[in-house]
Design a protein around this ligand. Structure first.
Ligand SMILES: N[C@@H](CCC(=O)N[C@@H](CS)C(=O)NCC(=O)O)C(=O)O
Length: 224
């Protein structure tokens, strides 16, 4: 069994997508990041960076593995489960890791700042709004070009697509003009039609943003 510390955000969806694609049994431990549940000691013990997602994977003989950082979680899970969605070696593996890290170090942080300054910042700061909207658009341009003549970003459908999809799905919030990125529009449709992706997103509809867990409740959940 795998415990997934989760909220329905782009980084959270990445993990439910892979778990559903692999058909692995898992249990959601809801972490309401709007109510600061990410600072509860039981969660910090697994994810010292106080951010979701994180996993406690009980399928290790020498004790559960705790892991944070979505890119690391996807890499480790794919390697441990038959290398599905992550080639074993050579150019194909390198390409998947390249695009995975492009998302982790580029698209994710830039689109995250874009969301912050365009949607949530208490004051409108035009310089920051423009900087992150422009940078997000530049990254969409890179992705759109990479998808020219390709169905997926690194050859076969892979964990690189699973990290990119949840972020470009939020293109409206990022103020992107999708008429400029037709390959991304087709890519979103292609991935969104996968039954595993649809199942992954159902967790989001069930998440209660009004509810906050106590430390005792998390501990009880982890013991059960
Ligand atoms: N690089 C991290 C980023 C994780 C991240 O930023 N998570 C956000 C939600 S999408 C979070 O937990 N935020 C809580 C906070 O800011 O305190 C990953 O990919 O796992």
């Amino acid at each position: 069994m795998i415990d997934l510390f989760y909220a329905p955000t782009p980084n959270g969806h990445k993990i439910t997508i892979l778990l559903e694609e692999l058909g692995l049994p898992y249990r959601i431990i809801p972490i309401n990041i709007r109510k600061n549940d990410q600072f509860l000691p039981s969660f910090l013990a697994v994810a010292p960076n106080n951010r979701i997602p994180a996993i406690l994977d009980h399928n290790y003989p020498d004790g559960p593995l705790s892991l944070m950082e979505s890119g690391a979680i996807l890499t480790v899970l794919a390697e441990r489960h038959g290398h599905r969605f992550l080639p074993v070696s050579g150019h194909p593996r390198a390409q998947v890791l390249q695009w995975l890290n492009w998302q982790m170090g580029g698209l994710g942080p830039m689109a995250g700042q874009n969301h912050h300054f365009n949607q949530f910042a208490p004051e409108k700061i035009p310089y920051a709004m423009k900087r992150y909207t422009d940078e997000t658009a530049r990254l969409y341009g890179v992705l759109n070009r990479q998808l020219e003549g390709r169905d997926y970003v690194a050859g076969e459908y892979s964990i690189a697509d699973m990290v990119i999809y949840p972020w470009v799905l939020l293109h409206e919030r990022q103020q992107m003009d999708m008429a400029q990125f037709p390959n991304i529009v087709a890519y979103l449709k292609r991935i969104g039609e996968r039954p595993a992706v649809q199942r992954a997103y159902v967790h989001g509809t069930k998440f209660d943003w009004e509810r906050s867990l106590t430390e005792e409740e998390i501990q009880a959940l982890l013991r059960s």
